[in-house]
Design a protein around this ligand. Sequence first.
Ligand code: NAP
Ligand code: GFB
Length: 324
Amino acid sequence: MNETFDLKGKRVFVAGHRGMVGSAVLRRLAVEDCEILTATRAELDLLDQAGVRRWMADRRPDAVVMAAAKVGGILANDRFPADFLYDNVAVQTNLIEGAFRSEVGKLLFLGSSCIYPKLAPQPIPEDALLTGPLEPTNEWYAIAKIAGLKLCQAYRRQYGVNYISAMPTNLYGPGDNFHLESSHVIPALMRKAHEAKQAGHKTLQVWGSGTPMREFLHVDDAADALVSLLKTYSGESHVNVGSGQDITIAELARTVASIVGGDVEITFDATKPDGTPRKLLDVSRLFAMGWRPRYSLHSGLEQTYAWFLRHIEAGQVRLTAPES
Ligand SMILES: NC(=O)c1ccc[n+]([C@@H]2O[C@H](COP(=O)([O-])OP(=O)(O)OC[C@H]3O[C@@H](n4cnc5c(N)ncnc54)[C@H](OP(=O)(O)O)[C@@H]3O)[C@@H](O)[C@H]2O)c1
Ligand SMILES: C[C@@H]1O[C@H](OP(=O)(O)OP(=O)(O)OC[C@H]2O[C@@H](n3cnc4c(=O)[nH]c(N)nc43)[C@H](O)[C@@H]2O)[C@@H](O)[C@H](O)[C@@H]1O
């Protein structure tokens, strides 16, 4: 089940290499003896099936890491269900089918912890998939991601290809999207706390009740786990990728506020959704392979805020709405 895929001398296509996860995968692959292939959206729109087929046939990668997707936080998922379902089904289907046609030997698909039922047992084992109703704010994205992991399984069963899937928990770190409407919670709170400090404002507004719990993983740890799976994992089941620890959103807000500094009072905006109450992944399968994260949440947040400060003045932080 775990035959090794040696990256030495291999041509690895990282789809979505300008995104938070894709750029972290590039940093991690830089220490492997492989050739990295990339394409910007202008060079290759992954919604274009014929274009993806041509690109794959022309460039002939040995492996594909699928870090390209339509991604956003709770509000974006809730507001743009058609985009999150259509774009993700199209991008992932084009990449998986295009890779198969061009005889790609190894492919890693990335899902998300929102594939599991809203009220799944905690921590959530891989086999909780499809055992109950999904969280309504992100069911469109979740259904696309479930289709992606099932497409990898289907190609594996029908054609015997080594296509695997990883399900990362909520990620954060350098290169994240800090746009306040479309981002995830960590970049949003970090930006809000930073701007409050600069303006001398005394409140940090947190969406929802603050009671939901979330598990977080620094993106460089996630990239390390993903490359490790690419090299060593060949199973049909998807694998959870997380830190194994979660905290409440209220506690996260206090931690971010203390790292950013400034003296803010935390307030809660009950008009915004809470989403799923808890989604802590059972990471025993990944940890049994010997993998562990390097960042604690606190050290990861400090590293991310230091990155934010180094890049904000140069205009290298994503503060505006992502391209659709
Ligand atoms: N962020 C998280 O918390 C999290 C958690 C679990 C799993 N994941 C998974 O990790 C993967 C990457 O997420 P991320 O956070 O890195 O997102 P991201 O920062 O938004 O990056 C997504 C990348 O995909 C590219 N892309 C999207 N549609 C495309 C298209 N039609 N053609 C070409 N490129 C396209 C984007 O290109 P542009 O640069 O041109 O926009 C961008 O580089 C996704 O599969 C996501 O489900 C993320
Ligand atoms: C990893 C992704 O997680 C996403 O769910 P999900 O954890 O709720 O994604 P987030 O948007 O990170 O929100 C997590 C929690 O933080 C709260 N929150 C508090 N303040 C803020 C804020 O200023 N911005 C944001 N964005 N949240 C905030 C939010 O209400 C929710 O309870 C899914 O929608 C995706 O499909 C995907 O699975």
